[in-house]
Ligand binder design. Structure first.
Ligand code: CO
Length: 137
């Protein structure tokens, strides 16, 4: 079902300040910053070897990330796995008793399609499935 870890998501209040830490102090390459309206968030991707770190800043108090920061504070938010076919991966996940947060995949960053699995069915870890390039706009 999964090909590799695509990225690790970190919830932040101040994207610019955290980008400075990851880029200038930890020395990671900034790939880009973009708005992800479906998540009500602004995200920055930083490359580390073959994988990436995604810094996620909510753009609305209604954003799921804003609620997460309210409850648990800033920090580790989710782990994202690359899948070749998100609809197939979602169907397989459901058939194995995992709960998807949405019925359909949503547009993510970089024209990807994404879907989250409920942390109560994945050992307390919010888990994202990502199909790169699955969404064209
Ligand atoms: Co993510």
């Amino acid at each position: 079902m999964m090909e590799k870890i695509d990225h690790i998501g970190i919830a932040v209040k101040d994207l610019e300040a955290q980008v400075a830490i990851y880029r200038d102090q930890l020395g990671m390459e900034l790939e880009g910053i973009e708005e992800v309206p479906s998540q009500m968030a602004k995200v920055a991707f930083l490359r580390v070897g073959d994988s990436r770190v995604e810094l996620v800043q909510p753009t609305s108090p209604d954003s799921p990330v804003a609620k997460s920061i309210e409850k648990r504070g800033e920090g580790m938010h989710h782990i994202a796995y690359m899948v070749p076919d998100i609809r197939a991966a979602m169907a397989l996940a459901r058939s194995r008793g995992l709960q998807t947060l949405t019925e359909e995949p949503k547009p993510g960053a970089h024209h990807s399609l994404v879907c989250f699995l409920h942390p109560k069915t994945t050992g307390g870890v919010l888990t994202e499935l990502v199909q790169p390039g699955g969404h064209q706009e």
